[in-house]
Design a protein around this ligand. Sequence first.
Ligand code: ZN
Length: 280
Amino acid sequence: MYTNKLVFVLCFSSLLWLSCESNGKEIGAEKEIVTASSSVEQPTIQPITGTRLVVDSTITLDYIMGKFKPTTHKDFIQVAPKYANGRKDRWLRKETYKAFLEMYAAAKIAGIELKVLSATRNFAMQKIIWEGKWTGTRLHESKENLAKTTADPTERALKILKWSSMPGTSRHHWGTDMDLNAFTNDFFAKGKGLEMYTWMTENASKFGFCQPYSPKDENRPNGYNEEKWHWSYLPLAKKLTEQAELRLKNEMIDGFKGAETAVSIGVVDKFILGINSDCL
Ligand SMILES: [Zn+2]
């Protein structure tokens, strides 16, 4: 960690800290947050996350933006098919998976089967989803071809953002977030779905999980619609949210159709930080 501190101080004091991002390591297993010496002045922002934010040089911007392959990343592990509806292409951070397995076992005792329907999606995967909706090859809310119905780019992006993230801004990039059991809120309103959701709201926090996309109301005026299936492993995700808040700028969101709308929409504030305050 001493080397990281030294690199950070050197980068910061020469006002070149942003250019140092590309030299940083990918996020490591270390829990420690890099702190600069007291003589170095910290960037001043009003953090939504409520913690004093300091650049953590173990986390790169490329990692925050999902620009890596979970299949070859040392900190990721494949979700066993029996937990993933038979799929062999679901990946999570090792810490997230360990916590999920503990939660799975506890849920099982209560007669509830948790199924990982979606886990890590990197930038490239999110780009396929986003551009599919942008060009109309993938229908918005299973019925609307946005390329035909919505000419205005900002309006089109906002429709997609009801349910899907812009590439580079998804919590699914981080290996901390997963979608469980079904993709409609209706499923969780009755029967098995309600049973599962009730169990999760009462127990998931004991294992470190939180529902970031809670109902949209005065407590959460911005962000994606409610998603009762999306759960986030906070011991890792909290730190990543803070680093995104500190370092990811709307201008950096690029490399896909419609990316130019990120600035006018204010995607970082409205969507990355537009989450359930319990998850901040
Ligand atoms: Zn999700």
